[in-house]
Design a protein around this ligand. Structure first.
Ligand SMILES: Nc1ncnc2c1ncn2[C@@H]1O[C@H](COP(=O)(O)OP(=O)(O)OP(=O)(O)O)[C@@H](O)[C@H]1O
Ligand SMILES: [Mg+2]
Length: 634
């Protein structure tokens, strides 16, 4: 039925489905010029551990199928023997044989299922684990570029497709091929003229399959990418539900969703049309051949050239082969989808993680470039302690080539134990600068040193253990308050560290939550206010007593009194920590020993708050009120 409808809707859907719509990731989406087999071969490392089970399962399935092919031979024996001789005992015996054969076939197929189920679930799980691990290791720049729905759909839909491929098409394309081969040999042995009649449609069926493969590949890729786009829209509307409701955008959001799902529906219908076409050919032609063989066979039996039993055996063999032949269509379709899923999976897995490899090479390869500049420093100067930026330049990897870098020739030294406030107009690159310290982004040029040690040469893990960060957007995970905060500390940190951090961040409210610090927060838990979340994020940043602390506007959501209390507590922590604190308000700036003004991608001035107020007009302007920022926004 579905196929009939698919054909009926052909005209209006084709164009829609031709052009993928909606947000596209900048990678992938090349269905042309690839081979399904080559794609699927990449699964081998995952299949290897279970290859023995899979092979045994395939062998069992082949035996089961061949057992099915013995049934027609028993029928032949029954028709030509006991039935012709009117021997009831013989008929019963034949029936018993048939029953036993049927049972054996069913049991063997059951055994196959049992053999593959567990290992394949394991394959899927390990592929998913690898994908997840890889996603965690991919640089922030990768995540900036990829839509999350594309990643989600790869981790879910595509991996299920792969498991299904390993469970069915992989085995059954082989099993069916063997079954068809054995069946054809049996039929040719029964009667070769009838056999040739049956084999008639083989060539057109094969040609259809090849043509189908090629077309289906492109549509399958399109459909899976569109599922990713759709996932992105759903995810964004769930995460942004407040904005959507607040701005009354649910209609337009729903329209966007409908648009995408209509496109996807069009693509799915194209898949259905292709499937119905191949099915039409694959089912009709053999059926016609069986009909022709029936006619020829009956004539031969009437002429006495063929025994009735042979004809029965021949026809039941042909009928037994119907399923193996018919199923080729969707087995091929599933294989194509699996090939596409494999490509999509490896597109993510092939993306370069922020690995150790380029790291070790980095100091050498980075030096010649920076050596060309005039900011080369004598080695002796680099041994200074604290956090130091040496001629740092940064441009976002996907920024248009003709735009100036966000940060250009940043030179800044934060002495050990000093806290430096970073001030600048909105969009001046403060967040960008803070992200360079834990190497969330790599500097384009120049160096950053911690106590004289270039961070590019440091293992990331060590770097991130030394540097603690709190970002503008306080992110909490679906976990307890305690777990969220202790994320910032080593594995052996416990309640005392937690209490101390909560106290510094003025987050003692956590103790009076329903379950205290064991209260679930984040997406699946209690909702906290913006200021509460910010204080927990701050507690997370200070809980590990880091040597270096990078805070991106950590107090923006707090009232003045709470801010003052946090500052008093922070000041004690900051005495032993080297800190870089992005600040917008004079009250936060006062927390720091000195202030750096970021302007036009450079550090325009460094000094104490009062010095800069007196000597720097831009700084005085920034600190005097919010007029400028508001003017910008309008
Ligand atoms: N992932 C990104 N890819 C490309 N450009 C970016 C990216 N993130 C930020 N930018 C650009 O870099 C510039 C500096 O942004 P940044 O977030 O560092 O500003 P900021 O000083 O922290 O501003 P604010 O005070 O508003 O937080 C902006 O022009 C912004 O458009
Ligand atoms: Mg910022």
């Amino acid at each position: 039925m579905a196929t009939t409808r698919a054909t009926a809707e052909e005209p209006d859907q084709t164009q829609d489905a031709e052009q993928p719509q909606g947000p596209e990731p900048r990678t992938g989406r090349q269905a042309e010029g690839r081979s399904a087999v080559r794609s699927l071969l990449r699964l081998w490392p995952y299949v290897r551990p279970v290859r023995a089970r899979l092979s045994v399962a395939a062998a069992v399935a082949i035996v089961a199928s061949c057992v099915g092919l013995v049934i027609p031979l028993v029928l032949k024996w029954m028709v030509d023997g006991p039935v012709a001789d009117r021997d009831p005992a013989g008929v019963w015996l034949g029936a018993l044989y048939l029953l036993l054969l049927g049972l054996a076939e069913a049991l063997l197929f059951g055994l196959r299922r049992w053999l593959v189920a567990r290992p394949l679930a394991g394959v899927e799980a390990s592929m998913r684990a690898d994908l997840y691990r890889h996603l965690q290791r991919l640089p922030v720049a990768f995540h900036d570029r990829w839509a999350s729905g594309q990643l989600l759909s790869r981790a879910t839909t595509d991996l299920s497709l792969l498991r299904m491929f390993l469970a069915f098409p992989l085995t059954f394309l082989l099993v069916n091929a063997v079954t068809i081969l054995v069946g054809v040999i049996i039929m040719l042995m029964q009667d070769w003229t009838l056999g040739l009649v049956i084999l008639g449609p083989a060539v057109p069926v094969i040609v259809t399959c090849v043509a189908f493969e090629r077309r289906y590949a492109a549509v399958a890729r399109l459909a899976q990418d569109q599922v990713g786009d759709l996932t992105t829209v759903v995810e964004e509307s769930v995460l942004g539900i407040r904005i959507i409701k607040g701005f009354g955008r649910h209609r337009s959001q729903a329209r966007a969703f409908r648009e995408l799902s209509r496109t996807l529906r069009g693509t799915e219908l194209r898949k259905a049309r292709l499937l119905s076409a191949i099915w039409g050919v694959i089912i009709t032609l053999p059926e016609l051949a069986i009909g022709a063989a029936l006619v020829v066979g009956v004539v031969q039996v009437a002429d006495g050239a063929l025994s009735a039993g042979t004809l029965v055996a021949f026809l039941s063999t042909a009928l037994a082969l119907r399923w193996p032949v018919d199923s080729i269509g969707f087995l091929l379709a599933m294989s194509q989808e699996a090939a596409t899923a494999t490509e999509r999976y490896f597109e993510v897995l092939d993306a370069e993680p922020e690995g150790a490899e380029p790291e070790s090479a980095k100091p050498e390869s980075a030096k010649p470039e920076s050596a060309g500049g005039d900011d080369r420093r004598p080695a002796a100067e680099a041994v200074r302690g604290g956090l130091e930026f040496h001629g740092v330049r940064f441009r976002y990897p996907d920024a248009p080539a003709d735009t100036p870098p966000v940060l250009d020739r940043i030179d800044l030294h934060i002495r050990p134990g000093e806290s430096m406030a970073l001030v600048g107009a909105t969009g001046s690159g403060k967040t960008t600068l803070t992200a360079l310290v834990p190497r969330l982004h790599e500097v384009t040029d120049g160096r950053i040193t911690l106590d004289g040690e270039d961070i590019a040469g440091m293992p990331r893990e060590e770097l991130r253990a030394r540097v603690s960060v709190a970002f503008e957007e306080p992110t909490l995970f679906s976990a307890t308050v305690g777990e969220n905060v202790l994320m910032g500390a080593g594995p052996d940190a416990g309640q005392p560290e937690l209490d101390r951090a909560l106290a510094i961040a003025q987050a003692d409210f956590a103790h009076s939550l329903p379950d205290g610090t064991a209260t679930q927060v984040g997406e699946q838990g209690l909702s906290l206010s913006g200021g509460q979340r910010q204080r927990l994020a701050l507690a997370r940043a200070v809980v590990g007593r880091p040597r270096f602390l990078v805070l991106d506007d950590p107090l923006s959501a707090l009232d003045v009194h709470t801010e003052a209390a946090v500052e008093a507590a922070l000041r004690r922590v900051l005495a032993e920590t080297t800190a870089l604190i992005v600040a917008h308000r004079p009250s936060t700036v006062l927390l720091a020993d000195r202030v750096a003004l970021l302007s036009g991608g450079r550090v325009a001035a460094v000094g104490t708050h009062h010095e800069l107020l007196r000597t720097n007009a831009e700084y005085a302007h920034l600190m005097s009120g919010t007029e400028e920022t508001e003017g910008d926004a309008r």
